[in-house]
Design a protein around this ligand. Structure first.
Ligand code: ATP
Length: 193
């Protein structure tokens, strides 16, 4: 999977709509302190499903919306779009949008989807909001200090099998529910005899 374009509007310091074409190969972001380098990475992670305001350096999720400056009023919404080359070679656009007082919602190719669908899309593509491929300044130490089980989770994610674990958990839950239904059915049949 390749990210081809990031489009940001109203997210943190990116008040005006900004389009970033991402070329193949290694991408570096350079600029003076406070110009928004970390905000860019956070825009990516947020759109991939990050739901921890703290890990986005805010107190609440609405803190990702442009809060205004001395010269510009705050915005009512933030929207970030990621354009991807899917595994099947098809382009896919993933959009997350948050409005003040109304929460956030996701779209894939213009269709409303659940957070889980976006999570699975990125997990299958061996990336995601918590992917070890997205290394912010303070996470380098975390990768080095990871316990074996955590490192295994990172490798599984890198290998693109994290999505399979989610599906297995779902399938196991359905199996347990079905087993409970069957037991109940057996009891009802026994009662009839
Ligand atoms: P450094 O090199 O110091 O790590 P950086 O280039 O990574 O800096 P960021 O941390 O991405 O910079 O950006 C910080 C800037 O974003 C600050 O000026 C901060 O005021 C601004 N900012 C963060 N959240 C918002 C928001 N909700 N509304 C407006 N501006 C915001």
């Amino acid at each position: 999977m390749q990210i081809k374009r990031l489009r940001i509007a109203g997210f943190k310091s990116f008040v005006d709509p900004a389009d970033l074409a991402i070329e193949r190969g290694l991408t570096g972001v350079v600029g003076p302190n406070g110009c928004g380098k970390s905000n860019l990475l956070e825009a990516l992670r947020w759109t991939m499903g990050e739901n921890s305001a703290k890990s986005l350096r805010g107190a609440g999720m609405e803190d990702v919306i442009f809060a205004g400056t001395a010269t510009r009023p705050p915005r009512d919404f933030a929207e970030v779009s990621i354009l991807l080359d899917g595994a099947d070679g098809e382009e896919r656009e993933v959009v997350r949008r948050i409005e003040r007082g109304a929460g956030s919602a996701y779209r894939i190719d213009g269709r409303d989807v659940r957070a889980k669908d976006v999570g699975l899309l990125f997990a299958d593509a061996a990336t995601g909001a918590h992917s070890p491929a997205l290394v912010s300044q303070n996470r380098i130490g975390a990768v080095i200090a990871a316990k074996p089980a955590e490192r295994r989770a990172m490798l599984e994610e890198a290998a693109g099998i994290a999505g399979l674990h989610v599906r297995r958990r779902d399938a196991e839950q359905k199996l347990r529910a079905t087993e409970a239904n069957l037991l109940r059915l057996d009891e009802l049949i026994a009662d009839q005899d």
